[in-house]
Design a protein around this ligand. Structure first.
Ligand code: AMP
Length: 215
């Protein structure tokens, strides 16, 4: 099962991706994570892309595809993949279609997390994650049960994303608006798109997502 998750930054798609991954034991491919890793490792690719990610602009397709294509080839035909943050535009969607086809696979379902814009900034400004396992928390909405330790792995170091700052977030929103319209239409026309309203906490959203995945 190959599942694509779409939504504005802060809509919760990363959190829902890891919940789905645990439930079905399918790996997540997060392009944002892959790109941030390249930057933190100061690789050649990392050096090329850091200014795009810092500004909240899309990294050129050619580089993104280079970073992730081997992972799609390895994983999509065996267990399937949950795509978080990819594709971001129609040309990436077409690349994904082609690569999956070559692996005798296809995109099975696409979910769009629909959230009011006014809620996004608030959600992003509270966002932080466990430095060890990556579980995402929110200082307004969901802190760890024991505030000093991660609920999942017990880790006690937490981090914030460097691109979760006000200036970058504003640009990420406008980039999302510009690039997502055609992409959403692309999947709608193929009959693959289901919209998930982001109302209530992550568990409520997940229940809704789960019922749609299983239909
Ligand atoms: P995300 O973690 O999905 O919010 O992505 C963080 C940043 O990584 C974005 O603001 C972009 O700069 C870059 N990025 C992530 N995924 C893609 C993609 N599929 N295409 C281009 N740039 C991307």
């Amino acid at each position: 099962m190959n599942i694509v998750l779409l939504g504005a930054p802060g809509s919760g798609k990363g959190t829902q991706a890891s919940m789905l991954s645990k439930k079905f034991n399918i790996p997540v491919l997060s392009t944002g994570e892959c790109l941030r890793k390249e930057i933190s490792q100061k690789s050649e690719i990392g050096e090329k892309i850091s200014s795009y990610v810092e500004l909240g602009s899309l990294v050129p397709d050619q580089i993104v595809l280079e970073v992730i294509s081997s992972q799609i080839n390895q994983l999509s035909s065996s267990k399937g993949l949950i795509f978080d943050g990819f594709p971001r535009n129609v040309s990436q969607a077409k690349f994904l279609e082609k690569t999956l086809f070559e692996n005798k696979a296809t995109v099975n379902k696409v979910f769009l997390f629909d959230i009011k814009e006014k809620d996004l900034l608030f959600r992003i400004s509270g966002r932080f994650s466990c430095a060890k396992c990556g579980l995402v928390y929110n200082s307004y909405l969901k802190n760890p049960i024991n505030i000093t330790n991660c609920d999942d792995c017990g880790g006690h170091h937490f981090k914030k994303r460097f691109d979760d700052n006000f200036k970058t977030v504003r640009n990420r929103f406008s980039v999302y608006k510009e690039s997502s319209e055609d992409l959403i239409e692309f999947y709608r026309k193929k009959g693959l798109l289901t919209t998930i309203p982001v109302l209530g906490d992550r568990d409520k959203v997940f229940d809704l997502l789960l019922s749609e995945v299983q239909t």
